[in-house]
Structures are given as C-alpha cells and as structure tokens.
Ligand binder design. Structure first.
Ligand code: MG
Length: 224
C-alpha cells in the first residue's frame, strides 16, 4: 500500500497565506497602512511604536495589535497613550499568524485608522514565515545583539523592507561594526532600507517618521 505523505508545513503556510490575503483586502478597503514589526525580544519594538505614536498621533490615526506569548504589559502602555489596541496572547506560540490577526481586526475601528502596527512576538525565526496581511515588514535589530545576526537568521533579514538599527547610542561601549552589518544585510537583501536610530536619544528617528508618513499618505490616496 502506498504511503501518503502529508506536508504539514506547506498546508499550514498555504492556509495562512489565504487568510492573510483576506486581511490585506479588508485593510486595503479601509486604506489602513499596516506594518508587521519583528525583532528579537528586547530590541525595542514597543519603544519604537510608542515614540512613533507620540510623534505622529496628531496627524495620523494609529492603532496597534500587540502579540505576546503572555501578559498585556505592552498593550497597557499603548492604551495609556489613548490609542486603540488589541492584545493577542499566543499561549506559548512563537509567532502571530493571519487567523489571530483576523480576530484582532474585528475589534478595531478600521474605518477610522490610517496606520496599524502589528507588534509580532519577539523571535528571529518563526514570525518571518507567516504573512499577516501587512503592507510592509519592519525589522528591528539592535547594536547589543551584535553585527553577525544577519548571518545567523538570514531569512528574517532577507524578507524585510525596512531595518531599524536601534540603540546606536550604545556604540561607544560595543564592538558592533555598522559597515560589516550593512554588508551582510545587503548581500541577503539588496532592497532593504536601513535606518540607524536611537529610541533613547531620538537620533535618526526623523528618517523613520518621514518614511512612515509618506507611506500612509500614499495608501490613503490609493482608493480601492
Ligand atoms: Mg514589546
């Protein structure tokens, strides 16, 4: 009797991609520019989201989906800024998927939102494989993690649009080599845009803000 082989990974990713397309359609109908933010734990995802909210909230209507293995500490911080936020707890799961995001989208006033941040679970491996319906992927890498991380987690660096290189204020205390980092990243992903930033001092954040604002305006102008 022939043995039937079920390729579980392909089935899961195919179903995820189908749901992600539906999420994208819904977000397009509402002209919500959506960013999937990924990084290792502690690289600065929530800090960057909060800085960006404080900078842009008078001009851009922002909402946040917070993905965490457990707890709601990040969503409580965002909620304190008066921004709509939905927490997804993955109960041990190491990434968000399109079904989880679909559930969160039902709880957000999409018609009133211009910009949606989806903060993925802190992890440099699994989130990369699961599209969520985002317009752009933004990865945060921070100096204390070392300049060799693109070698170790190439898929994550290859599949992102923007890399925010955070914690540049710590350069005097570290052996991080920015040129080596750039060289590896561009060898994996020649289209990546790298913004060196410091959430602590604010250095470089203006480049990120202006990129984001122009993308939001573009999406608002592209009616479906
Ligand atoms: Mg966080």
């Amino acid at each position: 009797m022939a043995i039937k082989v079920i390729k579980v990974g392909e089935d899961i990713l195919g179903a995820n991609a189908d749901q992600a397309r539906l999420n994208q359609e819904l977000l397009d109908q509402n002209r919500v520019f959506t960013i999937n933010i990924m990084s290792s734990p502690g690289a600065g995802k929530t800090s960057i989201i909060m800085n960006t909210i404080n900078q842009l909230k008078d001009k851009v209507k922002i909402a946040v989906i917070e993905g965490d293995v457990a707890s709601s500490v990040d969503s409580e911080k965002i909620n304190g800024l008066g921004i709509p936020v939905v927490q997804i707890n993955t109960a041990g799961g190491c990434h968000l998927d399109a079904n989880m995001v679909e559930g969160a989208l039902k709880n957000l006033p999409l018609a009133e939102i211009d910009l949606l941040f989806i903060e993925n679970v802190g992890n440099l491996i699994c989130p990369n494989a699961f599209v969520l319906g985002e317009d752009r992927r933004v990865m945060i890498s921070s100096l204390p993690e070392g300049d060799d991380k693109p070698y170790k987690y190439p898929a994550m660096f290859a599949d992102t649009d923007i890399i925010l290189l955070n914690k540049t204020d710590l350069q005097p205390y570290l052996d991080f080599n920015p040129d080596a980092f750039r060289k590896i990243v561009y060898s994996l992903n020649s289209d990546a845009t790298i913004f060196p930033i410091s959430c602590k001092t604010g250095d470089g954040l203006e480049n990120w803000y202006s990129w984001l604002e122009s993308e939001v305006v573009k999406k608002k102008g592209n009616a479906v």
